[in-house]
Write a protein that binds this ligand. Structure first.
Ligand code: OGA
Ligand code: NI
Length: 386
């Protein structure tokens, strides 16, 4: 491999990455070589920032033609900013909780939950563990180098952008990936400083997930065990994200717009903010709420609910204030690309007025299709629409 050419003398990093804008010297830019150079540091975007980068390298730059207005959620004076619902699961009124979940899942596809029963300590220790992992050095011989991989079969891995070589824009973010179910990983594969905290976190969030699947089943008018009976909760993957501070946040994106591929996501974000959902043709901030989880519907739940629930696009803005940590817990996706389970709109929901909107879909096919696209606008689901 030929080392990438030096294009910009502002950047003094072990990587000599292009920071020129696309107008100048287009021919001198070898994107694949620059992606590869970043990849082989085993230190991700965090390594780039730690080395003192002051300009966003070109592989991360959002092309102008795709550059949407950055909206900060400001609204005309006198108007309340739009916000996703907050549901207190511990309020004691089961009927009211089911009704609130039904409305939120149908209208927003996103809601926050409090009174969820996951101990504060578990949440804080998981976030601290993720931060410590990402803030440790990379490079030869490190935990990061040992875990650096995009190999689908690996249950525990670390990487900078799962779709680095497919996506048009690299995201300003690194990820520790843990597949916890159906088969838990070998404890020895987890980084030492994360093991207990993330096993405990996964265990607690799994039981919150079971509660939510019961509520969502009831919200669809089905018996509480319906979604668990068809194994929507079988797979569990944690994506432990780290968004380093970005020197030129308006030129980059933390996570490109996408919808989640599985059935359900439970997200924990720190106090930095940056998550937005696309609702009624505009980007709406999902502001941090201490102690709450963010819950969102994934594509496969939209499919089996026959559009009763919505899988909504979202993204994360890059920020320059401080690093941001989040843990996304996915149920039912990233499982097994060879899965032979077939999903289609739930029969009990169909009638002459509610005809099936999607064809029968092999779960494994859906996952493969989702990954072949990479993070982009919500396009995977439309492939299965009748
Ligand atoms: C995701 C995601 C949001 C966040 O991992 O799918 O949307 O806040 N993450 O990191
Ligand atoms: Ni997502």
């Amino acid at each position: 491999l030929t080392p990438p050419t030096i294009h910009d003398h502002h950047v003094h990093t072990p990587l000599t990455m292009s920071t020129a804008s696309s107008e100048s010297s287009p021919a001198a830019y070898d994107r694949t070589a620059e992606l590869h150079a970043l990849d082989t540091t085993y230190a991700g975007v965090r390594g780039l920032v730690a080395s003192g980068v002051t300009h966003v390298p070109r592989i991360f730059r959002v092309p102008d033609q795709h550059h949407e207005p950055r909206q900060d959620g400001t609204v005309p004076a006198g108007q309340e900013p739009a916000a996703i619902p907050i549901i207190d699961l511990g309020c004691g009124d089961h009927t009211a909780v089911v009704a609130a979940v039904r409305r939120a899942a149908a209208q927003w596809g996103f809601f926050k939950v409090t009174g969820h029963g996951v101990p504060e300590d578990t949440m804080a220790m998981a976030m601290d563990a993720v931060r410590a992992f990402h803030e440790a050095d990379g490079g030869e011989g490190s935990d990061k180098a040992r875990l650096y991989s995009r190999e689908p079969a690996r249950a525990v891995k670390y990487h900078c952008n799962f779709d680095l070589y497919q996506s048009p824009v690299a995201n300003w973010r690194d990820t520790l990936y843990l597949r916890m179910a159906p088969t838990p990983p070998d404890a020895g594969d987890l980084p030492d400083n994360c093991r207990n905290a993330l096993f405990d976190y996964a265990h607690q969030v799994k039981s919150l997930g079971n509660t939510l699947f019961e509520l969502l089943s009831e919200a669809l008018g089905l018996k509480p065990s319906h979604l668990a009976d068809i194994e929507c909760n079988q797979g569990q993957v944690l994506l432990c994200h780290y968004y380093p501070p970005c020197p030129q946040p308006e030129l980059a994106i933390g996570t490109s717009r996408h919808s989640d591929g599985g059935f359900l996501t439970i997200l924990l974000q720190d106090e930095i903010g940056g998550l937005q959902i696309f609702s009624e043709d505009q980007w709406v901030d999902v502001a941090p709420t201490p102690g709450a989880f963010i819950v969102n519907i994934g594509d496969l739940l939209q499919l089996i609910s026959n559009d009763g629930f919505r899988s909504v696009e979202h993204r994360v803005l890059a920020k320059n204030v401080a690093p941001r940590v989040s843990i996304a817990n996915f149920f039912g996706t990233h499982i097994d690309p060879t899965s032979t389970r077939i999903y289609s709109p739930i029969k009990e929901l169909l009638s002459d007025e509610n005809l099936p909107l999607y064809r029968e879909t092999l779960a494994g096919d859906y996952i493969k299709h989702y990954y072949s696209i990479g993070l982009d606008a919500k396009t995977a689901l439309s492939h299965y629409r009748l």
